[in-house]
Design a protein around this ligand. Structure first.
Ligand SMILES: Nc1ncnc2c1ncn2[C@@H]1O[C@H](COP(=O)(O)OP(=O)(O)OP(=O)(O)O)[C@@H](O)[C@H]1O
Ligand SMILES: [Mg+2]
Length: 443
């Protein structure tokens, strides 16, 4: 502090000089003032101990915000907030207090280089408000609007995800292998990317699993709506715009894309049958228009393992589907979708996770009956969870009533399934009779 006082005279001297200079400057010819200013600048650059480094916000891939910029921004926000003269204030979702960060920042880094840089990465991981990106229509409803984002705040974790514990652990191990596998991927010459195909009936936890993955890894999520993408070029742009440490998701890929045929087969699209109410937009095998204005299967394949693989690393791509059998094998072969994860109807082990989450119990006398019923009938974890929710605030703690309600629902589902199977059998028998077979031929 003593040092600071002894320098105080310099401040007042500088102020006097600036005042005098402004008076003198007005009397001098313009050419002379320019020359004096240039000399002064040169003199100060020799005397100043500082070196100015500009980190460009966008990397060589022009769509990306560069990793070093993000790391420097996070580090400087944490390190220089108190000294900064220009601050940026944001009210983040779910937060009651203003989040203040440094607007335009500088730091001398204390002469250090790489240790501070890794500190920057650490700060990034700690501070980062993770984001959920979606692509949608552009301004005025036009197609091709690029990514927009909101805060990602899904509460799902692997602890709350109901599924067989052994299979769950397998997935967690796989994710860890990926996250920590930078050197390994470099060694084997593979792009640091991993594809997961999540398949299974509705309500079995595919979307919940994606949220749990993102929360576990601390990654951002890019939810890609294929039907809003107008061309292969736009698809490429969207992929390239994604940052590292992210999960790119294409939900219900069988609905947004007609991926059942083979790439080299005729490009004719199946005709719509009567009663076929599925009029959702589909992805054509090849460009529909001569100008190639639609995303195609080959376009999608190219970006999964072609150009996109060459840009950056640490990205996961996830497809979800209710109908794995309808997808083109090329799309889901190993190497593109490295791991296929089946999400199935609720088993007893999965039920126990839900019971712990929803009712805070690990045992109950009705568990035996529920186990038998779950083995005999198919109910999604979403339906089981719904039955475990208390019907009113008053019955919040009535565990037995919730479980009894579930038993009833399971019995009802079992009866309905049996009735449906019987009706189907009878319809098939009637059809066989119609085809001229004797009733005793029909089993
Ligand atoms: N395995 C599960 N563990 C915990 N909760 C689950 C699970 N499956 C479903 N749920 C609950 O049911 C709701 C719906 O599940 P989710 O959206 O993950 O199903 P999905 O498989 O993605 O269905 P869809 O095929 O219709 O998209 C979730 O919000 C969650 O509360
Ligand atoms: Mg889903």
């Amino acid at each position: 502090m003593a040092g600071a006082e002894s320098w105080a005279w310099l401040g007042s001297a500088l102020a006097s000089f600036i005042f005098l200079w402004s008076v003198v400057e007005r009397q001098l010819p313009a050419s002379l003032t320019h020359r004096l200013a240039a000399w002064a600048e040169r003199l100060f650059s020799h005397l100043s101990p500082y070196l100015e480094i500009t980190i460009s916000e966008h990397g060589a891939e022009r769509f990306n915000r560069s990793d070093i910029f993000l790391a420097a921004e996070a580090y400087l926000s944490a390190a220089c907030a108190r000294r900064a003269r220009k601050l940026k204030a944001e009210l983040r979702k779910g937060s009651k207090s203003l989040q203040v960060s440094v607007g335009r920042v500088t730091d001398d880094f204390g002469g250090a280089t790489s240790p501070r840089r890794s500190q920057g990465r650490g700060v990034t991981a700690r501070n980062r408000q993770r984001r959920l990106f979606t692509n949608g229509p552009g301004r005025g409803g036009s197609k091709g609007g690029g990514w927009s984002h909101v805060a990602f705040e899904h509460p799902a974790t692997f602890d709350t995800l109901a599924m067989d514990p052994g299979r769950k652990q397998e997935i967690v191990d796989d994710l860890e292998m990926f996250r920590d596998g930078k050197e390994y991927y470099a060694k084997v010459g593979k792009a640091w990317k991993r594809g997961y195909l999540l398949f299974g009936p509705p309500g079995t936890g595919k979307s919940t699993m994606i949220a749990a993955m993102a929360n576990y890894l601390g990654y951002d999520v890019y939810d890609l709506e294929l039907t809003a993408v107008t061309s292969n070029t736009e698809l490429r742009k969207l992929f390239i715009e994604t940052t590292g440490k992210s999960i790119i998701v294409i939900e219900d890929i069988d609905c947004s894309a007609d991926l059942s045929g083979k790439r080299d087969k005729a490009k004719k699209r199946p005709e719509k049958k009567p009663g076929d109410d599925d009029d959702r937009p589909k992805l054509p095998m090849e460009p529909e228009n001569d100008d190639g204005s639609k995303v195609t299967l080959s376009g999608l394949l190219n970006f999964i393992d072609g150009l996109w693989s060459a840009c950056g690393g640490e990205r996961i791509i996830v497809f979800t589907t209710n109908h794995k059998e309808e997808l083109d094998q090329a799309l889901i072969r190993r190497g593109r979708m490295d791991k296929h994860i089946e999400m199935s109807y609720c088993c007893f082990e999965a039920f126990k996770v839900l019971a712990k989450n929803y009712l805070d119990i690990t045992e109950h006398e009705l568990f035996g009956e529920i186990r038998c019923l779950l083995e005999e009938t198919e109910m999604s974890p979403a339906d089981v969870a719904e039955n475990l929710m208390p019907v009113s605030k008053k019955k919040m703690t009535d565990t037995s009533a919730c479980l009894a309600g579930l038993v009833e629902a399971l019995k009802k589902a079992k009866e309905e399934a049996a009735a449906k199977a019987k009706a189907k059998e009878e319809a098939e028998a009637a059809a066989e009779v119609g085809n001229g077979k004797e009733p005793d031929e029909i089993k």
